[in-house]
Design a protein around this ligand. Structure first.
Ligand code: ATR
Length: 275
């Protein structure tokens, strides 16, 4: 039950009805017995500035920002942290002392999700895709100390542009799996391939070392064809749901004042929301 002093937060997106974040934060609020609410906020691009400024007026503690507003949100913050600057996207807004702070917790979410499974090798990482999600993963890979980050994307020009932005070697041509995967320590799919309703990712893993960790940002389905193929040949594999769960932790703690945990109970509850 909410009191008149309840703490408010939410997620701003367009569309937003598919978002699992209300379910995720709602679980933590209930588990921790916090007097607070986290609500979906459907906001179109035309209203983004009004909506973000309105959070302050309404006394919100903050909000998450999702597709397609993560890049534009930075323009309406009083301050944007270094991580959000590097990624070029804001996914978490925190209002403190009347100031709106923008940050990016996707990098943290990605790192936390693979931390336990990633071996000690920090040589080559192969990243598939060049959309918004790829940017956060590149920052994470750079922070984790990967020496050789190879970008591959169907549209090579987008991968080249990302490589330029982050000071990486030039991209590898899409489909040149042998060249890219030979000796790799980590393979990450950030494309939409493998998602329910999308084609599977057609990839030849033959030269990928068996010790390489394979991870997919797609979490619907949880076990994508890529992850299934990786496990089948003995590679460690991590699904994408954990990134969503972990990226939510810093925002929750900043707004509601308690550090939440990613547990099996949370995973099961959020998975139910996928239907
Ligand atoms: P996000 O911001 O979530 O990463 P996005 O910008 O729409 O999403 O990017 C989707 C990614 O999936 C892109 O890398 C896209 O490749 P292109 O840049 O060539 O469009 C990739 N993708 C989508 N459908 C694909 C397909 N059929 N084959 C190969 N790559 C595909």
């Amino acid at each position: 039950m909410l009191s008149g002093a309840a703490i408010l937060a939410g997620v701003i997106g367009d569309p937003v009805s598919h978002s699992l974040s209300p379910r995720l934060h709602g679980y933590w609020l209930q588990q921790l017995g916090i007097d607070g609410a986290y609500v979906p906020l459907h906001v179109g691009a035309d209203n983004l500035e009004t909506a973000i400024r309105g959070l302050k007026a309404l006394g919100f503690a903050g909000a998450n920002v999702t597709v397609p507003h993560k890049e534009a949100a930075a323009d309406f913050c009083d301050e944007v942290d270094e991580m959000a600057e590097r990624v070029g996207a804001v996914n978490t807004l925190v209002i403190k002392d009347g100031e709106l702070h923008g940050s990016n917790t996707d990098v943290f979410g990605f790192e936390e999700n693979i931390r336990a499974e990633l071996g000690s090798g920090r040589g080559r990482a192969v990243l598939l895709g060049a959309g918004g999600a790829a940017r956060a993963v590149i920052v994470a890979l750079q922070d984790m100390g990967f020496a050789d980050i190879r970008l591959m994307n169907r549209t090579t020009a987008r991968a080249e542009s990302l490589a330029w932005d982050f000071g990486l070697e030039t991209a590898v041509k899409w489909g040149a799996w042998e060249e890219a995967l030979d000796g790799a320590d980590l393979l990450i799919n950030t494309t939409s391939l493998g998602m329910t309703g999308q084609p599977a990712l057609e990839i030849d893993l033959a030269v990928l070392p068996n010790s390489a960790l394979v991870t997919d940002l797609v979490y619907n389905p949880l076990e994508t064809p890529l992850l299934a193929a990786a496990r089948e040949r003995g590679n460690p594999a991590v699904d994408g749901l954990g990134m969503l769960l972990h990226q939510a932790r810093p925002g929750f703690e900043a707004w509601f004042g308690a550090a939440p945990e990613v547990t099996e109970g949370l995973r099961a509850h959020v998975l139910q929301g996928l239907g």
